[in-house]
Design a protein around this ligand. Structure first.
Ligand SMILES: Nc1ncnc2c1ncn2[C@@H]1O[C@H](COP(=O)(O)OP(=O)(O)O)[C@@H](O)[C@H]1O
Ligand SMILES: O=C(O)[C@@H](O)C(=O)COP(=O)(O)O
Length: 576
């Protein structure tokens, strides 16, 4: 059982953090280390002096001596000292505000902090500044003091505390998010959320993170290194379950990257019997006897055998992983999955293999697999695997925030996927909108520039134009034979990235992108920061909104109905 040393500098933080553990992570064992003189001493010192810094370090060492897997400070007034202690520790040492600040910055740049304990304000401002600089998002934090609140809670009058904090929240205008400064203030989260339309965050509840990598088809050693770095970061945030998400068509080559990355993550986490389940039944991706199907076809006959970067020529997931050097791979067959969560868990635990392909042909199967994975350190799968995982987390969350608004504005579609579905969607779009074919040989020869295509698109922008590179399997094979697979992909990635940048710079506010790799290139070039997930346009494809107001739909080549492009652009329009 994971043991977390909680270090409290004030008694008023104890109850909220325990409540948060009980709700969000009941399997963990939080232990309390209390030095209630810290908070008044900090107030008297007026800053985090040497003596306080040494005390924080000693407490951190003591927390580790208790055998804790991680140390969490519950007081917000010691940021720099905790950072210094963390640098010397051999396991995660966490400040209370990290996750909350990031969650708030995901909502936008103007953040307000309601702060009942004034002496904590300066160091929290510093922490916020450091995090905003690290992310380069230009976020600003205004501190709003809440006189009387801390005194009320110290006197046990929670109702008054909550009323004061909620009243402050209700007065705020023009902010993208409000954060509540201390663990103790989290008590007022519900009241504060009711008092305002602005999303409100508190420390204990803001504790989930996603790292999006573009590692599907880079060399395996780089994919492993990037994934391990992401894992370390997530662990340092206190994450207790890590999901390695890959495509539900298992996009990979005999060299990787799913097998090597999954093995490296399992090794780092000491995990065995790790589930491998790319099933996404809504999209026709099902697994039976370890073989992946797309609709009523084996994966290798579904069109994926012609994929430009990751041609999937074998539907047997165990054999495919074996070619990627994973060693023997286990199987939990459908007949066991249908016996329910306990049987699945027992089969995974009994397996000698590190990786275990798990059959699933329906959402009910994914729910049972999800239940079996409660507490598993590592899970791997397509996005469908998430379906059954949420039930293990009793997360009420900090309240659903009002969706970001997108200024209605010009919309453009870019397609780099060569999948059959994308090509059909392009043809469908052509019936009512201008469609420009990007001349790939001219791109490779350097005679066609992204700026030229951007100019063409912008001239037609009122009619929802589309530009595509998507070629038939024969055209793709010809380009790859002439220039090499990686060179074509790299050049087109760069082209789409520059094209998207030019379009957004010229005022495009709605962008639909077809193709996973192509989407990755566009997002890397635009660097929009965290994206808010909005309404689902078609299964597996939501509207995404950036803090800048840009709306995106990033579509796997295979996903979406034939009329997807126009519907996606339409779905991004703000309606009164
Ligand atoms: N005409 C073309 N010839 C060769 N390769 C192409 C062509 N058009 C696009 N590509 C490449 O095909 C790949 C498509 O992958 P991706 O965008 O991930 O789509 P999907 O989601 O269908 O896998 C990209 O690497 C892209 O650069
Ligand atoms: O066709 C598919 O199933 C894959 O392309 C796929 O799973 C892509 O999923 P996302 O990365 O979730 O778009």
């Amino acid at each position: 059982m994971t043991r977390i040393a909680l270090i409290h500098a004030t008694p008023i933080a104890v109850e909220p953090v325990h409540a948060a553990f009980a709700a969000l992570w009941p399997e963990a064992r939080p232990i309390d280390i209390m030095d209630y003189s810290l908070s008044p001493d900090r107030e008297a010192a007026g800053c985090i002096d040497d003596a306080l810094t040494r005390r924080i370090e000693a407490l951190t060492r003591y927390g580790i001596l208790t055998g804790a897997d991680a140390v969490l400070f519950t007081c917000s007034a010691f940021g720099a000292a905790i950072e210094a202690a963390a640098a010397r520790a051999d396991r995660p040492v966490l400040r209370p505000n990290e996750a909350m600040f990031r969650a708030a910055m995901d909502r936008g740049r103007r953040i307000a902090m309601i702060c009942p304990f004034a002496p904590a304000a300066a160091s929290m401002q510093d922490e916020f500044r450091a995090e905003a600089d690290r992310l380069g998002n230009g976020a600003t934090l205004d501190t709003i003091l809440a006189p009387g609140a801390i005194e009320a809670v110290r006197a046990g009058d929670i109702a008054t505390h909550n009323r004061i904090v909620a009243a402050k929240a209700g007065e705020l205008r023009g902010y993208d998010a409000i954060v509540l400064a201390h663990f103790s203030t989290a008590r007022a989260l519900d009241d504060a959320s009711r008092a305002t339309d602005i999303p409100v965050f508190a420390s204990p509840q803001a504790a989930a993170g996603v790292v999006a990598l573009k590692s599907r088809s880079i060399p395996a050693d780089r994919a492993v290194a990037q994934s391990l770095a992401a894992l370390d970061w997530l662990l340092a945030q206190g994450c207790r379950q890590v999901v390695f998400k890959y495509c539900s068509t298992f996009d990979s080559t005999p060299q990787g990257n799913i097998g090597p990355v999954a093995m490296a993550l399992a090794d780092r986490l000491g995990a065995r019997g790790v589930v491998v389940c790319p099933a996404f039944p809504t999209m026709g991706r099902t697994i039976y006897q370890g073989h992946l199907f797309v609709g009523d076809r084996l994966l290798s006959e579904s069109g994926m055998q012609d994929h430009p970067l990751t041609p999937m020529t074998d539907p047997d997931l165990r054999r495919w992983l074996g070619r990627q050097g994973t060693g023997p791979v286990g199987l939990v067959p459908l007949c066991v999955v249908r016996q329910g969560a306990a049987a699945i868990r027992a089969a995974l635990e009994a397996s000698d293999a590190t990786l275990v392909v798990t059959d699933a042909t329906s959402d009910e199967d994914l729910m049972a697999i999800g239940a079996a994975l409660a507490g598993a350190r590592l899970v791997t799968g397509g996005s469908g695997i998430a379906l059954g995982l949420a039930q293990n987390l009793d997360v009420a969350g900090p309240g659903v925030a009002a969706p970001r608004r997108t200024a209605p504005g010009p919309g453009v579609v870019l397609a780099g996927s060569c999948s059959g579905m994308t090509r059909r969607q392009i043809e469908h779009h052509r019936a009512a909108h201008p469609v420009i074919e990007i001349d790939v040989p001219a791109v490779m020869a350097g005679t066609l520039t992204p700026e030229a295509v951007a100019r063409q698109l912008l001239a037609l922008v009122a009619q929802a134009p589309l530009a595509f590179s998507s070629g038939s399997p024969e055209q793709v094979a010809r380009m790859q034979a002439e220039y090499g697979r990686e060179a074509v992909a790299a050049r087109l990635d760069g082209f789409f990235g520059d094209l998207a940048r030019a379009l957004v710079a010229a005022g495009v506010t709605r962008l639909v992108v077809a193709g996973g790799e192509t989407s990755g290139a566009v997002v890397s070039a635009l660097a929009p920061g965290a994206l808010e997930v909005g309404a689902e346009i078609d299964p597996g494809v939501p509207v995404l909104r950036a803090a800048s107001g840009l709306a995106l739909a990033l579509k796997s080549g295979n996903f979406g109905a034939e009329d997807f492009f126009a519907r996606a652009l339409d779905g991004m329009e703000d309606r009164p």
